[in-house]
Ligand binder design. Structure first.
Ligand code: PGA
Length: 252
């Protein structure tokens, strides 16, 4: 499929009008061949954005896909405020981000919860972007310690889940690199990509796609994505500025 550039809007923008304007600007940006752009908006805007997406001529929505930033582990039931994968599928979302470090931190999401979410999302036909990554205190002990930490996350998050090729992306987002302007070195991200791919080849017999995330911008995006082992980027802050995000897409 080539490279995936995923926009994680987080809890932005503040109004529907702004969200819609941003989506239209992203949609209008030509995507180089082999590049797919994924927009993960807050749930509240997703339906309207999906409606707009469906109205676009097929040519214009080529390699432009939609996703959510989270999902619940039950398809329906008495679970106030939750949104299940079947609901997401029904409005046209194709991807879901699961286990972002901000969910782990602020919503106290555990690996066991993440594991249930991944199992149902995959079963219901969504492509899953599983976020992993270590804190600064771990990384300061060296890249090998960071690898061990990530390996533990993968083990727990993917426990007893069988995965079809192409359905799983691992987004490596070192926590210290998110929103800080301090991105990982491309060669270190590459090393992590090789490590994750080879571990999952052994344990799960799959080779997942690898995304790098953490302070990706128009200037550094190509340094990661040009590497063969890195299949794309998960972009937070820079995906909220249409011009900056355009630079990332153009850098592909
Ligand atoms: P950032 O966020 O690009 O603002 O560092 C990335 C993410 O959290 O997905």
């Amino acid at each position: 499929m080539g490279k995936l550039i995923a926009a994680n809007w987080k809890e932005h923008p503040k109004t529907e009008a702004e969200a819609f304007a941003l989506f239209k600007a992203v949609a209008r940006t030509p995507r180089p061949s082999g590049v797919t752009v994924l927009v993960c908006s807050p749930f509240i805007y997703l339906e309207e954005i999906a409606r707009e997406w469906k109205r676009m001529p097929p040519k214009e929505r080529e390699r432009l896909v939609l996703g959510a930033q989270d999902v619940f582990w039950e398809d329906q039931g008495a679970y106030t405020s939750e949104v299940g994968p079947a609901m997401l599928r029904s409005i046209g979302a194709k991807y879901v981000i699961i286990g972002h470090s901000e969910r782990r931190k602020f919503a106290k999401e555990t690996d066991a919860m993440i594991n249930k979410k991944i199992a149902l999302a995959l079963r219901d036909g969504l492509k899953v972007i599983l976020c992993v990554g270590e804190a600064l205190s771990v990384r300061e002990k060296g890249v090998d310690v960071a690898k061990k930490f990530v390996a533990q996350q993968l083990l727990k998050d993917l426990k007893d889940i069988s995965i079809k090729a192409g359905d799983l992306y691992i987004a490596y987002e070192p926590i210290w690199a998110i929103g800080t302007g301090r991105s990982d070195k491309p060669e270190d991200a590459r090393e992590m990509a090789m490590f994750i791919k080879s571990s999952l080849k052994k344990s799960k017999k799959i080779s997942p796609k690898f995304l790098y995330g953490g302070s990706v911008n128009g200037k550094n995006a190509a340094d990661y994505v040009q590497l063969r082992e890195i299949d794309g980027a998960l972009v937070g802050g820079a995906s909220l500025k249409a011009e900056e995000f355009k630079k990332i897409i153009n850098a592909m």
